[in-house]
Design a protein around this ligand. Sequence first.
Ligand code: UDP
Ligand code: MG
Length: 136
Amino acid sequence: MNNIEQTLSIVKPDAVERNLEGKIKEMFLNNGFKIVQEKKIQIEKHEAEKFYKVHEIKPFYNDLCAYLSSGPIVVMILEKENAIVANRELMGSTNPKDAAEGTIRKKFGISIDKNSVHGSDSVENAKIEIDFFFKS
Ligand code: UDP
Ligand code: MG
């Protein structure tokens, strides 16, 4: 049965800064994702804190929010059959060192914090994250 889903993707500041936006989008398209909406923006630290609220108690939370708001990002709604899991697979492990060959983070990630992309991790969070950036 068809299970077309939408998920939120972010090309993070380290990747935008290195002009990798086009190459990363090409990987999404080559893997059958449709880019339904996209925009390049820069967010304030307090917005990053809201976006990453689930990580509030983690030791890396402050640096993570400072980082996500440190430069332009590209936010996209991706659509595909089982898009949420498919995007997590294409992204690869959080730490680029552990990411499989052919994944975005293996190819472009610099470190566990500068790992080039974000992707929603569940149906529930995909809805929340898409609304966060695209709710009209
Ligand atoms: N992160 C970090 N240090 C860590 C773990 C995570 O800086 O030890 C950052 C990293 O950029 C990651 C983000 O926090 O992408 C969110 O962490 P999560 O565990 O949700 O990883 P993801 O879902 O992005 O793979
Ligand atoms: Mg996550």
